[in-house]
Write a protein that binds this ligand. Structure first.
Ligand code: PLP
Length: 461
């Protein structure tokens, strides 16, 4: 088939959308392809299909389902970094007149993806370091409170940073045993000994009411992809008198987030996953406008200083988001983050989210049909409204399955201990037929006796 059907169908979709006062991209989730032919058709009709060409994609390469670990490289990044190198060569130190504001201007652009008005996001450091800076600032602001509440199922660096702060400041870290699949919305299940996160915040658990300084959690669980209702958690935490710090590493650029609207106090996230900033790209930090002047971060660096080049005697930080900077920013990295974020801003989160939901729903259905009969189990929430940008599939041989898929050049998934294969179709560059074929490949390795062989594990999975 050629192009004309596409045009008429798009026009039809446009008319339908206009009827509801929506753009085409905001139309509710459409049907999920039932056959490979329909998957190809869905790709042909996909209004985001052209974004794939903005990324470096080798046609013969494996199907990449690991954009939630390291996003693909935008084509524009090479030229933008080369331009920066030219500026450096030409302008030398004079370039700082332009470069100095990049952490703030690129931060504002990331803010557009996560519902943050300008002046509240800054690009800096790594996610881990930003977690430390903001969690410490929050704990110090609540000096009379002794408890930090976190999620026992959270990404390791979040738990470790909180553990370190509790030790350093003499607080108690209470990690709530949440459901590894259903996440924080799950009601407590005596069968698997999970606890209710909201009960823990409300102080109806084992610690004194009114004593929580900080509630810190991820908006999308790194393993299961379970999504947290940030407004509800924030509401509960604020009623308990605590501040809320949210890690959006698996949420920013993947799902719609409304930081200002949900009342979250502090947030951090990385830029090399869905924001396509490249390996080790600088991370970002969000501090709600009303808190910026009063919170004090633990790294008293000169980039947060008022009248920085006066080289004053004592630390006197600016009263805005720049006070959460520490030292000289990574300009090359920040330029790459800007390139990685640009296609997300151009496509818009509503369109991206509409496609992501369909891709993940297709993945979930193919998992039920092809992989469950081979001993796999979906380890993400079954409610599509509670799933983020990836699907977790657990299988006793998940490690070997990932290894075989990569070795055979079929699919790049990733493995998360103890038994989870994460599959992330990224709306900007993954097609419906990619999901269709990838699940076929996963089934082929799970059915292969080689998947049971014991092999030494690689350092990075
Ligand atoms: C990926 C990820 C990080 C990464 O932290 P780095 O400091 O970049 O290593 C942090 N938190 C969460 C929830 C993540 O998923």
């Amino acid at each position: 088939m050629g192009d004309p059907p596409r045009l008429s169908l798009r026009r039809l979709a446009g008319a339908a959308a206009a009827q509801y006062g929506l753009t085409v991209e905001e139309l509710p989730v459409e049907g999920i392809p039932q056959t490979r032919q329909e998957a190809l058709e869905a790709d042909r009709l996909d209004p985001l299909a052209s974004y794939r060409d903005e990324f470096v994609v080798s046609p013969a390469g494996p199907i990449y389902l690991d954009g939630n670990s390291l996003g693909r490289r935008p084509r524009a990044t090479a030229a933008a970094v080369a331009r920066l190198l030219d500026e450096w060569g030409r302008d030398l130190v004079g370039g700082w007149d332009r470069w100095a504001d990049l952490p703030l201007t690129v931060g504002d652009r990331i803010g557009q993806l996560i519902g943050a008005a300008p002046g509240q996001v800054v690009v800096s450091d790594s996610t881990t370091v930003n977690l430390y800076k903001l969690a410490m600032a929050a704990v110090d602001a609540k000096a009379d409170r002794t408890v930090i509440v976190g999620d026992a199922e959270d990404f390791p660096t979040v738990r470790y940073v909180l553990e370190g702060i509790a030790a350093e400041r003499g607080r108690r870290l209470r990690l709530v045993a949440t459901d590894p699949v259903e996440g924080i919305a799950a009601s407590p299940s005596p069968a698997n000994a999970t606890e209710d996160f909201f009960e823990a915040i409300a102080g109806r658990s084992d610690h004194a009411d009114g004593d929580i300084a900080l509630v810190c959690l991820s908006a999308v669980n790194y393993r299961s992809g379970a999504v947290v209702d940030l407004a509800s958690v924030t509401d509960a935490a604020h009623r308990a008198g605590a501040l809320v710090l949210c890690d959006l590493s698996h949420a920013a650029g993947a799902i719609p987030v409304d930081l200002d609207g949900s009342g979250v106090d502090l947030a951090v996230g990385c830029s090399y996953k869905y924001l396509n900033g490249g390996p080790g790209a600088p991370a970002w930090a969000y501090v709600r406008a009303g808190l910026q002047a009063s919170l004090r971060q633990p790294v008293w660096g000169w980039w947060g200083q008022r009248d920085q080049f006066a080289m004053g005697a004592g630390y006197d930080p600016v009263p805005n988001i720049a006070r959460f900077l520490a030292g000289t920013p990574d300009v090359l990295g920040t330029v790459a983050v800007d390139c990685g974020t640009a296609p997300l801003l151009a496509a818009g989160m509503p369109a991206l989210w509409a496609k992501t939901r369909r891709l993940v729903a297709l993945l979930a259905r193919r998992t039920e049909q092809l992989l469950v009969p081979l001993g796999a189990r979906a380890a993400s929430p079954s409610d599509p409204g509670r799933r983020g940008g990836h699907l977790a599939v657990s299988h006793p041989d998940a490690y070997n399955a990932a290894r075989l898929l990569i070795e055979r050049g079929l699919v790049v998934p990733d493995f998360r201990a103890p038994d989870v294969l994460r599959l992330a179709p990224v709306a900007l560059y993954t097609g419906f037929v990619d999901v269709w074929d990838a699940t076929e490949h996963v089934a082929s390795v799970l059915a292969d006796p080689a998947v049971h062989l014991a092999v030494p594990r690689k350092r990075v999975t």
